[in-house]
Design a protein around this ligand. Structure first.
Ligand code: TRP
Length: 332
């Protein structure tokens, strides 16, 4: 056990506003971790550039917006380090050094490299930076020598590569310099999109964390329910209804039992169920909206939160890099 084993590092790319799927998938997990772990959470703006390089100016507005979404959701800058990747220049230096030792074949074989390249045909991702994305991600992680990295399933190949790079570095330099970070898999998304598919802005089936009840209401009223329940007098099945996962995450257990019974014996209709969900959502979203409004009164504070985190992250990064330059005899 190394002494930083309680540390975790994770990041998100600033590419747009977050939605309820992010909240119940990633953020709930991060908020739990901030109570028990030494958390480093960062805005991965250099990563956003791998796909947005043709218009990097767009990225800047999304940086404070991501911090706004995080802090309004309940991440507490007093409990975790919130920082901006590009403000820690040491990460670029580590990326350079790790790129020297990373075999091309490891990157070319990375499944996410092959997939994303096919998906994003409209953008030219045939770049050196995109191929090297996992090396940059390894630098983000290894810089802070965390015990674990909370990520979604899709990021596991990157984390495996990160461990391989760490192992190779340690082997080449004959020192256990980088501890191998474990993966801490984020539980599966508990909340599907409005249409039952994975919630995603690009599917147009998302509810943004910053949306008002006026914006949310028509979306909820249009949601599809149990398709076999044609009339209110037909019994329904909450297990196949797309509304029920929403109740599961936002409605009290007592009311959930009432809803299930009412749906099954047809004493309660889908419109009633949606109205009840809107009430639950209102209760859920009110504290988030209050925090958001307070933060928006003084938007400079979002940059100030980042800057305070940047100072802490930079100090840790400088310590790692000094040690690393000594190890490599590159301490000129
Ligand atoms: N690649 C991650 C994503 O797209 C974001 C990310 C960048 C990250 N660096 C990281 C996550 C380091 C965890 C640790 O979601």
């Amino acid at each position: 056990m190394n002494k930083t084993n309680n540390r975790i590092v994770s990041g998100m790319r600033p590419t747009g506003p977050l939605h309820f799927g992010h909240y119940f998938g990633v953020l709930v997990n991060w908020m739990k971790l901030q109570e028990s772990h030494d958390c480093y959470f960062f805005v991965a703006d250099w990563h956003a550039m791998t796909s947005e390089y043709a218009d990097p100016k767009r990225i800047k507005q999304f940086v404070p917006q991501l911090v706004l979404d995080w802090v309004a959701a309940g991440l507490d800058p007093e409990k975790c380090v919130i920082y901006q990747q590009s403000a820690v220049k040491e990460i670029a230096e580590l990326h350079l050094i790790l790129s020297m030792i990373t075999p091309l074949g490891w990157l070319e074989r990375c499944p996410t490299y092959k997939e994303v390249k096919q998906q994003l045909v409209q953008k030219d991702l045939n770049t050196y930076g995109f191929l090297g994305y996992p090396v940059l991600m390894s630098s983000d992680i290894l810089m802070f020598k965390p015990g674990a990295v909370p990520v979604g399933q899709d990021q596991l190949p990157h984390l495996e590569l990160c461990r391989e790079i760490a192992r190779r570095f340690n082997h080449l330099n004959d020192t256990p310099f980088f501890p191998e970070p474990q993966d801490m898999l984020t539980p599966d998304a508990k909340l599907p999109g409005l249409d039952g598919r994975k919630m995603s802005k690009s599917y147009g089936n998302a509810i943004g964390l910053g949306e008002s009840m006026e914006e949310i209401q028509p979306k909820v009223m249009k949601m599809l329910t149990d398709a076999s329940r044609m009339r209110k007098s037909d019994p329904g099945d909450p297990e196949v209804c797309n509304l029920f996962p929403y109740h599961k995450t936002m409605t009290s257990e007592e009311d959930q039992a009432m809803i299930q019974a009412g749906c099954r014996d047809a004493s309660w209709g889908c419109v009633d169920c949606k109205k009840k969900l809107l009430e639950s959502m209102q209760t859920f979203i009110t504290p988030l909206q209050e925090r958001r409004a307070a933060l928006l009164k003084n938007p400079d504070e979002l940059w100030a939160i980042l800057e305070r985190g940047n100072v802490t992250a930079r100090a840790a990064a400088q310590a790692t890099m000094e040690e690393l330059r000594n190890t490599l005899n590159f301490n000129f």
